[in-house]
Ligand binder design. Structure first.
Ligand code: ADP
Length: 494
């Protein structure tokens, strides 16, 4: 359609409706909604004040051009296409409604509930199209905020590492379970939706009383209880209860933490404490006994020497234990390695072997090449690690058997090992023995002084030197404990 024709339509439309136009125009302009009129091919022939004010333009700026080329639409080719399609449909007598966007002159996007309706003559011919738009930005933004915060809470709910269950305070029917709960109890989400909370707790009779306390206003009641998994097994849980209203119904939110691991560690700690006390008591008792005997009795210099030798050995044992405890504490407290220096492997091994010379129950052999580069590390800690391995070798292997302390460099690393001919370690325990307080239950267990602290300490010291420690062993075939330090921790500058 040419420009002249558009103007002509415009003119005729105004002329034809002039009588009623003023009333119509007033209503049209006072509407809070965006309103306009289009010819069936989509040319804009009228736009009300609200819509013109929105784009801050005069009516003459936009009349006579296809509606989709006006400033309400040009920001989005997609919306333009949608509008053209709508014009085509409405020109055939249909009504179209969709949500669209219009930018205001500041660039802020408004969300608009848009509709396009036909005006027909008495024969059903479409004369004009009426576009209308309702600005729903505020509603849209409010809804969006609710949606976003809802999503945020849902994400928090499902990302929470503790299990969370929400159930009806009256019927105990579970209404929500997060991912951690699904993992912990073994029920699928849809199974949870059919589950009553009494199936989960081992103390259903106490549940009502606790819930009443929460509903009476006691916030976040925390207690310990046994909970049942889907497979029927129980676990100790630390539970925190809270309540809230949902659709006028009181709901209980329960946060559950599986504390089996915590209880296990606590038990191990207790055991360790009694083992440590026992371990300290044994050498002290021996030392006391021998010194008292020496104070009260005359004795030959040889016997006195022998007794002093025993007392010395027991003091060393005590010192070793206390050193282990203190180092363990300081490493765990994050003090780590204080200073890295070049440590000569050969002298480290010789020094350790000398320390154990007095315990002449075993045959010691050393296998250390002369040309090993030093390790960059903390000599005192490395010595402590090696001493622990040798002390274990002495402790767990029979008198008269051989112990080899050796080292070599291969595959870009330095390895130090302690090999014994003792009872060996079953494959299933070979990793666990490096865990804190782990001790193998064997018939010697009670006889051999043991706290389960030595190997974890070795592991920690080796880790702080960026190395690895492991054992190669088979029951009855002895054990070889190896510490391996990577090349970049080896100092080549000696
Ligand atoms: P502790 O010796 O005080 O029990 P460790 O952490 O040093 O603590 O050792 C943990 C467990 O590993 C020991 O209780 C023992 O059962 C086993 N173990 C350690 N070294 C050896 C070894 N050389 N031969 C056999 N078993 C060993």
């Amino acid at each position: 359609m040419g420009r002249f024709e558009k103007q002509e339509i415009n003119r005729q439309w105004r002329k034809r409706n002039f009588g009623k136009e003023r009333i119509f125009r007033a209503v049209f302009d006072q509407s809070f909604q965006f309103m306009g009129l289009l010819t069936p091919d989509g040319t804009l022939v009228a736009a009300n004040r609200t819509s013109l004010e929105f784009i801050q333009r005069e009516e003459s700026d936009v009349l006579g051009i296809p509606f989709w080329l006006t400033p309400w639409w040009t920001h989005s080719p997609q919306q333009q296409k949608r509008l053209r399609e709508a014009v085509r449909m409405v020109a055939m007598g249909r009504t179209v409604r969709f949500e669209t966007t219009h930018p205001d002159p500041s660039g802020r996007m408004h969300y608009v509930d848009f509709s396009l309706r036909p005006i027909t003559d008495h024969r059903g011919r479409v004369l004009l199209l009426v576009p209308e738009g309702r600005d729903i930005t505020d509603r849209w933004e409010a809804e969006n905020k609710i949606r976003e915060s809802g999503e945020k809470y849902r994400m928090l709910f499902s990302a929470e590492s503790d299990a969370i269950l929400i159930f009806d305070a009256e019927t105990f029917q579970i209404v929500e379970a997060n991912d951690a709960a699904i993992l912990l109890y073994g029920y699928r989400r849809e199974e949870f939706a059919r589950l009553n909370f009494t199936r989960i707790t081992a103390e259903p009779e106490k549940l009502r009383e606790r819930i009443d306390r929460v509903l009476e206003g006691k916030r976040n009641l925390v207690f310990m209880v046994q909970h049942r998994r889907k497979d029927g097994t129980f676990f100790p849980a630390e539970v925190s209860l809270g309540s809230f209203l949902w659709k006028d119904r009181p709901m209980i939110i329960q946060i559950i933490r599986d504390i089996s691991e915590r209880l296990k560690i606590a038990t191990m700690k207790d055991e360790m404490l009694s083992a440590v006390s026992h371990e300290m008591r044994t050498p002290l008792t021996a030392m006391l006994g021998f010194t008292e005997f020496m104070l009260e009795n005359e004795m030959s210099p040889e016997l006195m020497r022998e007794y002093i030798g025993i007392i010395h050995k027991e003091s060393e044992r005590l010192k070793g234990l206390i050193d282990n405890l203190l180092t363990f504490q300081s490493l765990r407290a994050g003090f780590g390695i204080q200073s890295f220096r070049a440590v000569e492997i050969q002298s480290l091994i010789q020094h350790t072997a000398r320390l154990f010379e007095r315990c002449a129950d075993h045959r010691f052999t050393l296998a250390v090449p002369d040309d090993l580069p030093p390790i960059l590390g903390d000599e005192e800690r490395l010595l402590q690690a090696l001493e622990n391995l040798v002390s274990n070798a002495c402790k767990y292997s029979p008198a008269g058997s051989g112990i080899e302390i050796g080292a070599n460099s291969s595959d870009g690393a330095i390895a130090i090992w302690v090999r014994d001919e003792g009872p060996g370690i079953p494959p299933e325990a070979q990793e666990q023995i490096f865990d804190r307080f782990f001790r193998i239950d064997n018939k010697d267990g009670r006889r051999i002084g043991s706290t389960g602290l030595g190997l974890p300490l070795v592991k920690e010291i080796v880790r702080l030197h960026e190395g690895q420690v492991w054992v190669e062993s088979a029951p009855g075939l002895g054990s070889t404990f190896l510490m391996r330090f990577p090349l970049d921790k080896v100092c080549w500058l000696h």
